[in-house]
Ligand binder design. Structure first.
Ligand SMILES: Cc1cc2nc3c(=O)[nH]c(=O)nc-3n(C[C@H](O)[C@H](O)[C@H](O)COP(=O)(O)OP(=O)(O)OC[C@H]3O[C@@H](n4cnc5c(N)ncnc54)[C@H](O)[C@@H]3O)c2cc1C
Length: 410
């Protein structure tokens, strides 16, 4: 029997297990997953928890329900990957060996890396929605918040779902309006980027959208520290931004085990070939999802397109053929923009998001870089698709590579 070992049973790990379980001959292969956490969180739902749009039941299900019957899920933490000897050491002191390894240990927030952030005001005047616990605590805070200056700050990129902080502040605008609080609330978006988003056309259009909603953008702000007593954030060039409520997107890093095992960069993201996901370190290791250093968005949609490409390539590879450079960095994301509307962006490594229409057989088209009710419906439908189609490794009626159909080239 050949052994495929998958580290992390989150979005990417679960999808790849399900997909390869169907494609590989299970009389010849063992698939094992390792993950210490029993609950699978639908992380895009963390955005909606603080506003009471989703409850905790909407975002959590047992991991076990999504693991294919022929695969084994071991509940343990991976402590070390000994890639020279094709072995992995677990926290229960056991060792697993493998023929092929898929690393899918994701990314996590590290508020402790910014001085002043995770100290005595954490959970009081300083919050995050980038974790389940954080989003639930923020929900409680917002229920009784009476207004003031809300600052949403991205500490550093890359982060998971780079549009989520923008979505948060647009939802805050809507939510405060609904509660009759908007006149008493100042909304400020503070980012290390030169504008609202990474890519120029989207940055301009999203920036204009924020402006119309009365949300101020403070660009080029690289936070150095928080002063939790004076309630202000301070940048390396000594700019100061005061707040009453700080909603932080802390530094995102890959899992410690990646760094400890010598497989990571300075943020513990693992260097791979961006077209095939093959590790730079070893020719039987692939890294999927947020754990890799590919220059694509860290998003569930990217993981899904990536798994589509990877699975076909992996089948070639284990039969002795070379890997094809097939993945184009395709990302597509519905952006919640408040007031029952949303925006869609679709892009890849080389093509930035463009305005236009996104055709989807039987459902679309959706509007690209333009608000519509249909896009909000797409955003809310994504949860159903996630639990019922994506996690189970089923295919969508979409090409995994980006298409230019419907996009407007000015
Ligand atoms: C607020 C928020 C909003 C988002 N919105 C969107 C969105 O709208 N659209 C979208 O496409 N994406 C969105 N995302 C991003 C999306 O959730 C992630 O990109 C996706 O979950 C990444 O999948 P992954 O498998 O790489 O990581 P994860 O799903 O995080 O899984 C990693 C797994 O590895 C396990 N693990 C970690 N360390 C170890 C270890 N040492 N040993 C064993 N197991 C380990 C963890 O327990 C976890 O189960 C959002 C994320 C957040 C936080």
């Amino acid at each position: 029997m050949k052994k495929l070992l998958i580290l992390g049973a989150g979005t990417a790990g679960t999808m790849v297990a399900n997909r390869l379980n169907r494609m590989l001959d299970m009389d010849e292969w063992f698939i094992t997953l390792v993950d210490p956490e029993p609950i699978h969180f639908y992380q895009p739902g963390f955005l909606f928890l603080p506003f009471g749009i989703y409850t905790k039941k909407d975002v959590m299900k047992p991991k076990h329900d999504f693991i294919p019957s022929h695969a084994k899920l071991i509940k343990s933490n991976v402590e070390m990957i000994d890639y020279e000897h094709n072995q992995v050491h677990l926290s229960d002191s056991s060792t697993l060996d493998y023929d092929y390894l898929v690393i899918a240990t994701g990314a996590n927030i590290h508020p402790e890396e910014t001085p002043g952030l995770a100290e005595h005001e954490w959970g009081k005047s300083i919050h995050t929605f980038y974790s389940f616990e954080g989003a639930m605590a923020l929900a409680q805070k917002l229920r009784t918040w009476e207004g003031g200056r809300m600052v949403v700050n991205v500490v550093e990129n890359p982060i998971k779902c780079p549009v989520a902080p923008l979505e948060f502040i647009m939802l805050a605008d809507w939510c405060c309006h609904e509660r009759g609080l908007r006149e008493k609330v100042e909304l400020v978006y503070v980012t290390p980027l030169p504008g609202a988003f990474t890519k120029p056309i989207a940055s301009k259009l999203l920036g204009e959208m924020l402006d119309k909603k009365g949300i101020k953008v403070e660009p080029d702000f690289v936070i150095e520290r928080v002063d939790p007593d004076a309630k202000k954030i301070v940048s390396y060039d000594e700019r100061e931004i005061p707040y009453d409520l700080l909603v932080s997107v802390p530094l995102n890093k890959g899992a410690d085990v990646i760094g400890k095992s010598g497989l990571g960069d300075e943020l513990n993201f693992s260097p791979v070939n961006q077209y095939t996901f093959l590790s730079d370190k070893k020719d039987n290791i692939f890294v999927l999802g947020d754990a890799s250093n590919i220059p694509a968005s860290k998003a569930g949609s990217v993981a899904h397109f990536a798994v589509d490409m990877f699975a076909t390539n992996f089948m070639r590879y284990v039969e002795g053929q070379e890997l094809l450079p097939t993945f184009d960095g395709h990302a597509n994301c519905f952006i919640e923009s408040g007031y029952g509307k949303g925006v869609l962006i679709d892009f890849n490594y080389t093509q930035e998001p463009l305005p236009g229409r996104y055709p989807l057989p039987g459902v679309g088209p959706f509007t690209l870089l333009e608000e519509s009710e249909m896009n909000r419906w797409g955003k809310l439908m994504f949860r159903w698709m996630y639990w019922n189609i994506l996690l189970k490794g089923q295919e969508l009626p979409l090409t995994p590579n980006m298409s230019m159909a419907g996009k407007w080239l000015s």
